[in-house]
Write a protein that binds this ligand. Sequence first.
Ligand SMILES: Cc1cc2nc3c(=O)[nH]c(=O)nc-3n(C[C@H](O)[C@H](O)[C@H](O)COP(=O)(O)OP(=O)(O)OC[C@H]3O[C@@H](n4cnc5c(N)ncnc54)[C@H](O)[C@@H]3O)c2cc1C
Length: 388
Amino acid sequence: MTSIRVGIAGAGIAGLTTALSLARRGIASTIIERTTQLSEVGAGLQVSPNAGRILEALGLTEALDRAAVQPEAIDLRDGETGEPIASLPLGAHAHQAYGAPYRLLHRADLQSILLEAVRREGLIDLKLGVEAEAVAQAQDGVTLFLDDSALSFDAMIAADGVRSKLRSAVKGAAAARSSGRTAWRTTIPIGMAPRDLPQERTTVLLSRAAHVVIYPVRGGRQINVIVVIEEDWREDGWNAPGNADVLRQRFDQDGTRYIGRLAELDLPWTRWCLTEVDPGGAWSDGRIALIGDAAHAMVPFLAQGAAMAIEDADVLATELASAPVGEALQRYQAQRRPRVSRVWKAARQAGQIYHLGGAMAFARDMTMTALGGERLLRRYDWIYGWRP
Ligand SMILES: Cc1cc2nc3c(=O)[nH]c(=O)nc-3n(C[C@H](O)[C@H](O)[C@H](O)COP(=O)(O)OP(=O)(O)OC[C@H]3O[C@@H](n4cnc5c(N)ncnc54)[C@H](O)[C@@H]3O)c2cc1C
């Protein structure tokens, strides 16, 4: 058992996984979360094997398997016609190739699984409804300032998301900036879903007007739909309501018939401004470190934001268990930044490729079809096959 005490701001996927990873190495932590209840927020989550393996090592395999769907494949289709482009084999193939399945979950289910594990863990103190306001450090520790009190720790981990308040305590940290895109999300109860809406698979529709991802969540009882469009709209939070007329207009203009059918369904949409944080900025400063979206929020085109947060948590906990705090946090940054930067850039590049139009899109589709699903999947071995 290590005698340091770690403060964690934020009980999102990064904060909860960090606390569990620390506890597994005998390190006690306190999580400070500003909301009183961790509610049903946000979109579904694709949990790729690189992250799944870490969650499994935390003893969560059974709970994950109860809540998740393991898709047979990722199908890439033309967004205008619905024509298939390529199909990346997942299912048993991915499990065998990467040592863990590719899982589809509702974000709230993953958060509940983590939260239950946190509540069972004696080394973790979870404080809900408390906002971290600022953090200051001295040679022998950090002070976390709350609304009307303060807490002392040996290290402070800012897992407070893309709009992190604590980021300003890390000298040289990059600022958050809008990517010029928004993500729209809805879920369709399985009984209401159009019969030809694909189930038990992830479907990705490619078009200049939008990037659409469709997959089952909640053990297959709902279909999660995410539509990413170029749009300069900025607002905080996971659950701003979205007016589907914006989507309908967009698809009318671009003649995107296949995608347009989704916007025609009478469903409640939410809208989320896609914000980035360049991973090239500093992630640690003395006894304070950033993790997850606070350090490196990325566009979701490779579905790796939460996966990178989970990987971060594992590496950070290993380092804190084996070196003095300042050195451990520097080693964490040195280990994680090259990998996250590569994933971050690849996600941006994927966004550009997915949004091509005209002749470029035709060439893209031909190349993908010619390569075939298995070879396309192998191009992601470096992401899914990563081990700490
Ligand atoms: C549309 C979309 C689809 C995505 N799909 C995927 C996917 O399929 N797979 C994947 O891996 N990733 C995906 N991502 C990325 C993923 O959602 C994020 O990377 C991940 O949720 C980041 O987790 P986090 O814990 O760092 O931040 P958050 O989830 O933002 O958590 C931060 C927490 O900190 C709390 N907090 C904030 N400020 C304070 C404060 N001052 N004091 C106390 N608490 C505070 C918040 O209330 C919150 O609970 C997607 C993102 C989007 C937008």
